[in-house]
Design a protein. Structure first.
Length: 254
């Protein structure tokens, strides 16, 4: 509610006789102006409270990220000192990028790509690591490449390429209010809430993933190696699981 839409009060000359209709109109405008002013103040206070809470949550998220990283470093060092092997924790999050167009694709992989919301070349989506998703990816492996994105990659994608689905429209995430209007009921009021929910694959991951429009990435700087061959093949290629090396590809596509 911008100030320029505030209701103005009529100015009356001193001692002038005011007609009944004009008097009623002035009283109505004065009442509406007071209500609008109160609503504006309440809205500003609510936004300020949300911003303060978001700042506190962001600090907590940063502490959580750093403590998890420090714990992994400590466990690796202990394993090395004791002469043991350290098994890295299983990834929770996948980022899948479509690298092939629509020509000469059989119906079943085409349907799976449609279910994964990968309808265009260089589209990308975040997915949870679970058995149904991995089985679906097996059916479309020659058409996609995927891996485990880092926190830095997730944050850069959301901030730079993030678009939300609002009333079935693709809206850029230029303000936290857009996120609050859609995901406020799930306790998310800002970009860092979205990044945290994606990176940790939290309980509201489905709502956040559905809210985010599939990412439209650019062609990678320097190009692909060979789309016909898998990334893990001896001669080298592009499709398939890249694990942590997906971050290098996304840095060239973002």
């Amino acid at each position: 509610m911008a100030e320029r839409y505030a209701i103005t009060q009529a100015v009356q000359a001193q001692g002038a006789v005011v007609p009944e209709l004009i008097r009623l109109k002035n009283e109505r405008n004065a009442k509406l102006a007071e209500e609008k002013k109160a609503a504006n103040e309440a809205k500003e206070k609510e936004v300020q409270d949300q911003r303060e809470k978001l700042e506190k949550r962001t600090e907590e998220y940063e502490k959580e990220y750093s403590s998890n990283q420090a714990e992994l470093v400590q466990l690796r060092r202990e394993a090395k000192v004791n002469g043991n092997f350290f098994v890295e924790p299983e990834a929770k999050l996948l980022f899948v990028v479509r690298i092939v167009g629509i020509i000469k694709i059989s119906p079943k992989p085409r349907k799976v790509l449609q279910l994964l919301r990968l309808k265009q070349l260089h589209n990308g989506v975040f997915l949870k690591v679970n058995k149904p998703i991995l089985n679906m990816l097996k059916l479309v492996q020659p058409y996609v490449t995927y891996g485990y994105p880092s926190l830095k990659t997730v944050r850069e994608l959301v901030y730079k390429r993030g678009f939300g689905k609002v009333n079935k429209q693709r809206i850029p995430l230029s303000s936290n209010e857009i996120i609050s209007d859609v995901l406020g009921k799930d306790g998310m009021n800002g970009m860092e809430d979205v990044v945290h929910e994606l990176f940790t694959a939290g309980p509201k991951f489905k709502q956040v993933s559905n809210f985010l429009w599939p990412f439209k990435l650019s062609a990678p700087k320097g190009g692909f190696i060979c789309k016909r061959h898998g990334f893990c093949e001896q001669r080298g290629g592009d499709w398939g699981n890249r694990e942590e090396l997906i971050n290098d590809l996304l840095a060239r596509m973002n």
